[in-house]
Design a protein around this ligand. Structure first.
Ligand SMILES: *Cc1c(COP(=O)(O)O)cnc(C)c1O
Length: 668
């Protein structure tokens, strides 16, 4: 390089650290040092998220917490930075402290994760505390620090979280968030701003590959390296994301003493060393962490992965989070959010979406049938769940799984009360469905008095909410909608005036929130809007449907294509065969150019009839198309709405028509 100057140093790392130290000392900004046995990276990420609206945050990338990592992190501070957050790993604490010169600290955790959360102190704790000498730092109740550290501020998790709407249930996540809130407040972020950000806490993907495997397993693949530090991080990540599932660790070699003692901190956990095929195939509904040699891990992953299929659906969880947040901003803070996950969450798989929605903190879930509610419970969902259609045969399951039925007529109500009497239950939550114009299920106006007399006489049930449903919420100037609302208000007022409990009310679905926010009442019910497939430029389409070319073929003039020979080539052409058909949800009405796919961002219409498992498309307009090339059925070029129009139907029918044989992938 012309004009560049070089400095020869005896030790590259030392020199880099010196440079970082010098660089750090040029800035008079808050610098937060985070250390602890586990949870450092998550606290760093979450804290940064809470601060990002008020601050320009510079933070350590990934889990860079060695001296080298710290030096690189510090060197990222610029004139624009207003807060720096630096993660600090064990060892060489004095040198690290001199480099970082923290102005505030967080001690996330220490020692072993006991079931009863009791932790003791020893010399390793002293080592960690070197970082915070003379610096105010926050630490959780689970660490016993001793009185001599006057600069330590003890954070009581539940106290700190009081008044915040925060739904992560596991103790470690709650503790971590409480620490983040304490720091954010100290840096001047308001209660309200913190709350807003809490709705959107990011999950930490980092170097870990995360996916849903077969049989309800969640897989965390971390074949990166096997040492104490990375193992500890992965185990704590697993603990925080296991959603109450059984935790399993797969290793390719017997762990040494040091690793074993790290694993012990995370008991209860099942450890399998070099598991055979049968062991792996027996794993169910577990959170499985893979820390093994690459070659072994590849084989395990193959066994755990859902069957490979060239055609798949992809759901972008980040976009879903964005959409929900957008809807949240359209309604008042105190208005609750119920998410509809019926029909397997509009095809996205309720087993995945349910726990995901719980994690991001929605208030309620709703499904059509009791079986769907049970599925959610089996997948660790603890949120209240509204069941819209409950038949008598499902009442016992409602009680056993704590599922809250919608009640729409007196006969059904009496039957449910009989079950509750048998089960010795009182105050069981129910929801009243009122008929206001759909002419579907619901109490009519003339039923209200009879309904009230039952409700007042029977302590077995407690009305939690009253609701109705709009017939044309997608029409922004609908007189009928106003009439429906008035009717709902009148009927529900009558009920409320005569009930002791104070039920909450709701009538809006996704389009309703957009077109009639003034009718949001106490809760809104979000469905299709989560996936961003309504016409609204603020929402993001969270669904993709992709495949790949199985074969490329030349067709001569006069030759026919497919069943019934409905297409005859008028000239020589090239076609591609794609493994998707009406059995996947690509309907037969899309035959002969009524629909098509995108290859290389170019629309390729179908030629001939759509088959059960295949379609043929015209690729004459493209050069250089190859077998194996990616095909977009739904994505950036072709929206769900566009496909729905080609099929002459609505988006709801397209997404609930995705076949169960299509593997679902999730990105975050
Ligand atoms: C499905 C459903 C919703 C959600 O509707 P979207 O239009 O998908 O937002 C809301 N309320 C009831 C009663 C439903 O059945």
């Amino acid at each position: 390089m012309d004009g560049a100057k070089g400095i020869v140093v005896s030790n590259g790392l030392d020199a880099l650290c010196e440079l970082a130290k010098f660089h750090r000392h040029r800035f008079e900004i808050p610098v937060i040092g985070i250390t602890g046995s586990y949870g450092k990276t998550i606290v760093k990420e979450w804290l940064s998220h809470l601060l990002e609206k008020n601050h320009r945050v510079t933070r350590s990338p990934k889990s860079y917490n060695s001296r080298l990592g710290i030096a690189l992190s510090l060197l990222e501070i610029t004139d624009k930075t207003t807060v720096a957050i630096i993660e600090v790993g064990v060892g060489e604490m004095r040198e690290k402290k001199k480099m970082i010169r923290p102005t505030l600290g967080v001690l996330t955790s220490f020692g072993k994760v006991h079931r009863e959360w009791f932790l003791s102190r020893d010399e390793h704790l002293q080592e960690k505390l070197i970082l915070f000498e003379g610096v105010t730092f926050f630490y959780p109740k689970t660490i016993e620090i001793g009185n001599e550290y006057e600069n330590g501020i003890l954070i009581d998790t539940e106290n700190e979280l009081f008044g915040f709407d925060f739904h992560l249930k596991d103790a470690i996540s709650r503790q971590n968030v409480a620490l983040c809130i304490a720091v954010a407040k100290r840096l001047g972020v308001s209660q309200q701003e913190i709350q807003q950000q809490l709705h959107l806490l990011p999950s930490i993907a980092n170097r870990l590959e995360n996916f849903k495997g077969q049989r309800g397993n969640d897989i965390i693949n971390d074949t990166y390296r096997l040492d104490v530090e990375t193992l500890s991080y992965s185990l704590s990540y697993q603990l925080q994301n296991s959603k109450g599932k059984k935790r399993v660790l797969l290793l390719s070699n017997q762990p040494d003493k040091e690793l074993l003692s790290e694993i012990e901190k995370f008991e209860p956990i099942s450890v399998f060393v070099h598991p055979d095929k049968e062991k792996i195939n027996n794993l169910k509904n577990s959170s499985i962490l893979i820390k093994g040699e690459h070659q072994d891990a590849k084989e395990w992953l193959r066994l755990l992965h859902k069957t490979k299929h060239q055609t798949y659906l992809e759901f972008n969880l980040k976009d879903i989070r964005h959409n929900i947040h957008w809807f949240r901003q359209q309604i008042k803070r105190e208005t609750q959010l119920l998410c509809m996950v019926k029909a397997s969450s509009y095809g996205a798989d309720a087993q995945v979406i349910g726990p995901f929605l719980q994690e991001i903190g929605v208030n309620y879930l709703g499904v059509a049938y009791v079986e769907e509610g049970i599925e959610l419970r089996k997948n660790g969902v603890q949120l209240p769940i509204l069941i819209m259609n409950t038949e008598e045969s499902g009442f016992e399951d409602c009680v056993n799984y704590n599922l809250e039925p919608a009640i729409y007529d007196l006969e059904q109500l009496n039957a449910f009360i009989r079950v509750l009497i048998d089960e010795h239950k009182i105050n069981f939550p129910i929801h009243l469905k009122l008929e206001t114009g759909m002419k579907r299920l619901g109490f009519e106006e003339e039923d209200i008095f009879a309904l009230l007399s039952v409700l007042k006489a029977q302590p077995e049930v407690q009305v939690k909410t009253i609701y109705s449903h709009l017939a044309e919420s997608d029409n922004e100037s609908s007189e009928f909608t106003h009439l429906q609302f008035q009717k709902f208000e009148k009927m529900s007022n009558l009920l409320m005036q005569n009930l002791e409990e104070k039920p909450i009310r709701h009538i809006l679905n996704s389009e309703g929130v957009i077109n009639y926010p003034e009718y949001q009442m106490d809760m809104v019910r979000l469905g299709i809007g989560m996936y961003g497939i309504i016409e609204n430029s603020f929402l993001r389409q969270a669904i993709g449907w992709y495949s790949q070319i199985s074969q490329v073929k030349k067709v001569k003039k006069g030759e026919s294509i497919g069943y019934g020979r409905s297409f005859i080539a008028e000239k020589e052409m090239q076609i591609a065969i794609i493994p998707v058909g009406y059995a996947d949800g690509f309907r037969r009405c899309l035959s002969n150019g009524a629909g098509g796919v995108f290859i290389d961002n170019v629309f390729c219409p179908t030629v001939g009839n759509v088959c059960m498992d295949m379609i043929m498309v015209d690729i004459s307009g493209l050069s250089d198309v190859k077998k194996g090339q990616k095909v977009e059925i739904i994505g950036q070029n072709q929206s769900v709405l566009a496909l729905a129009k080609q099929m002459n139907t609505i988006t709801y029918e397209v997404v609930t028509g995705f076949s169960s044989r299509l593997p679902r992938l999730y990105t975050d």
